[in-house]
Design a protein around this ligand. Structure first.
Ligand code: ZN
Length: 516
């Protein structure tokens, strides 16, 4: 039976304007899913949108519409087009306003009520509508400007509202020991290490029960046994990962797909690695495979944000550099798990040195030489041992890197082949060999080595640059879809031995940054 790989993005907050921060998460998750599909794993990629809560209700009203019409519009005009733009191959898209999600949430809540993990209680706290969560005094900072003299939300710079509610609570406080045991027994459950340490530290300080319902507004999923309450958006949103795969409704699909791996920004790792596993424990579910908290994209040293001047839409980049270069840049330039700085200068420099001069130039030179010296037929010669070994090692390195979520290292391994081949051509100087009748066998081996290496690199790069990889693959005589190749055996590929032509993959770009 093939290995299961279910991987999820967070569900994106529907009111946000999609920017390259979301795109980064989407592309990384897509690369992992594509990689596992090429291994032959039973792969499922889930993404979607988070659509309930007070803030969405308020913006819908402010825009003269209903919350449902408002979220429908945003999903269709912003979120789904972004997935398409970025060539994301998600298998499913879940909306928290969908009937299947609501049904699963109700089943889950009933289950938790039966097991005694939900109770009714009184609560007063400082609530930030922007964050949709209660704040502790530690979360607040002194306000400035019109809010001078008041305490404000550190993220939204606005005062919180004092909210007193009689709510339903989840007994989160009962789970700290079991969570700590989980982190100890499964050291790879939360990754990377610094996120795991932070989560562990947070739980060690002790957990308080979580208010999981609201009765001051009604844009949400009603608590099944008390329709005057809606379920707290965060609590409900986390359940998308199971409602999308048939929790409580389609047991066969659920058994097949669960548990999943969650790829999230480090700022929401706590929800995914503390509250979410506690909910799973309370409901008697197997715990998620992994929670990986990646870093932030920084622009000019600041976290990417639509509310600040740093928000960049992916289209601004893809219009100039193309989708594959966009995907390549963010997957290779930033160590996955660390923060990374985006700049137009860095993107432009890497595009030209690594893609145009590195990969594009290599492919066009090699193919031109196979045409010129062998009439377009790849000579029947074994690749040089050095190149054959390099290709095999690159595959093993990339495979191991993907299992550690080190996407950037997997890309590096593939590009290591390209870099070496460019040096190898210079050293071997096939144009010199071609002039010497006695060197024909050597010339054949050099070009066969190059074709072998490019084919291997094309397979390894397919999850990151699907269109480019397919063009490279076809050009070196690969048959069918490059994505049909087993990626863990990329160095064993056999083609038709007929090269075609390679289209210009990475045209030179004169003005990288759009005029503002
Ligand atoms: Zn806030």
């Amino acid at each position: 039976m093939p290995a299961r790989f279910t991987v999820t993005t967070p569900i994106y907050y529907v009111n946000d304007v999609p920017h390259i921060g979301h795109a980064y998460n989407e592309v990384a998750t897509d690369v992992l899913a594509r990689w596992h599909r090429m291994r032959g794993d039973d792969t499922w990629m889930l993404t979607g949108t988070d659509e309930h809560g007070q803030k969405i209700m308020r913006t819908a009203v402010a825009n003269g519409t209903t919350p449902q019409e408002w979220t429908d519009r945003l999903v269709e005009s912003a979120w789904k087009p972004q997935l398409e733009l970025l060539d994301i191959q998600n298998d499913d898209f879940i909306r928290t306003t969908s009937e299947r999600h609501k049904a699963g949430v109700r089943i889950f809540l009933e289950r938790l009520k039966e097991t005694g993990y939900i109770y009714h209680g009184e609560f007063e706290g400082q609530y930030c509508v922007g964050c949709e969560e209660y704040k502790t005094p530690n979360d607040l900072v002194p306000g400035t400007g019109e809010f001078e003299g008041q305490q404000v939300c550190a993220i939204h710079s606005r005062p919180t509202e004092t909210v007193r509610e009689a709510n339903y609570f989840f007994k989160l406080s009962e789970f700290d020991d079991r969570l700590l045991a989980l982190y100890d027994e499964r050291p790879d459950y939360v990754q990377p290490e610094h996120v795991r340490n932070e989560v562990r530290q947070f739980v060690k300080q002790g957990l308080t029960d979580l208010s999981i319902s609201r009765n001051t507004f009604d844009w949400g999923i009603k608590v099944p046994w008390d329709e005057s309450h809606v379920v707290y958006v965060w609590f409900e949103a986390l359940l998308n990962y199971i409602t999308a795969i048939g929790y409580g409704v389609d047991e066969e699909q659920f058994e097949r797909r669960w548990p999943a791996t969650h790829i999230v920004g480090k700022d929401i790792a706590r929800f995914h690695a503390v509250i979410w596993p506690a909910m799973q424990m309370a409901a008697g579910l197997p715990i998620s495979d992994h929670v990986f908290g990646h870093g932030w994209l920084l622009v000019g040293g600041e976290k990417m944000s639509k509310s600040k001047a740093t928000g960049i839409e992916p289209r601004q980049i893809t219009d100039v550099f193309g989708v594959d270069a966009f995907r390549y840049y963010f997957m290779s330039a930033i160590a996955f798990g660390s923060d990374g700085s985006f700049s137009w200068e860095d993107l432009d420099a890497r595009y030209h040195s690594e893609l145009a001069n590195g990969l594009g130039n290599l492919a066009s030179r090699v193919i031109a030489m196979v045409h010129k010296y062998f009439g377009g037929t790849v000579p029947e010669a074994a690749p040089d041992a050095e190149i054959a070994e390099l290709a095999e090692r690159a595959v093993a390195t990339a495979e191991a890197a993907i299992d550690r979520f080190a996407i950037d290292e997997a890309v590096d391994a593939a590009m290591g082949i390209v870099e070496r081949l460019n040096g190898y051509i210079t050293e071997q100087a096939p144009w010199v060999l071609a002039k010497d009748e006695a060197q024909q066998e050597r010339l054949a081996a050099v070009l066969a080595s190059n074709v072998h290496g490019i084919g291997t690199a094309a397979i390894l790069l397919a999850p990151v640059m699907p269109t480019t990889a397919q063009a490279l693959w076809a050009a070196v005589g690969g048959e069918g879809a490059v994505t049909a190749q087993p990626i863990h055996e990329a160095h064993r590929w056999q083609g038709t031995r007929t090269v075609t032509t390679v289209p210009p993959l990475f045209p030179r770009i004169e003005q990288a940054q759009p005029a503002t």
